[in-house]
Design a protein around this ligand. Structure first.
Ligand SMILES: [Zn+2]
Ligand SMILES: [Zn+2]
Length: 116
């Protein structure tokens, strides 16, 4: 598999390709994301997000919250959850904490309306 380096020359937050992370980091990422999704309070959620940002090495995150792209194209991009160009694909009131968002590139390439 290639060594794809995601470089965005645009003036926006850096993204990280999940598939470029070492396997153990991917595993760690998945576990922390699941914990964040089920965290009981904001302090716990914040602590988990801080750890997630640290292990992925993502930069430019505005409000201490990152997400993996929820696009049906199985996009591996991890991005700033508060990126203005991200697109919400599902409402977040269905029993989990994490938003379901498409990354800015997917929002550009094939935006998907909210379905229910
Ligand atoms: Zn995407
Ligand atoms: Zn996509």
């Amino acid at each position: 598999m290639g060594h794809a380096v995601m470089t965005h020359a645009h003036n926006r937050a850096t993204t990280v390709n999940y598939n470029d992370l070492p396997t153990n980091t991917q595993h760690h990422f998945d576990q922390l994301m699941e914990l964040a999704d089920n965290s009981a309070n904001a302090a716990e959620y914040e602590a988990l997000m801080t750890a997630l940002i640290a292990i992925t090495g993502i930069t430019g995150v505005r409000y201490n919250e990152i997400l993996k792209c929820a696009c049906p194209c199985t996009c591996p991009v991890i991005f700033d959850a508060d990126d203005n160009n991200a697109l919400v694909t599902e409402q977040t009131d269905a029993g989990y904490n994490l938003g379901r968002l498409q990354c800015p590139d997917c929002a550009d390439d094939h935006p998907r309306p909210i379905e229910d």
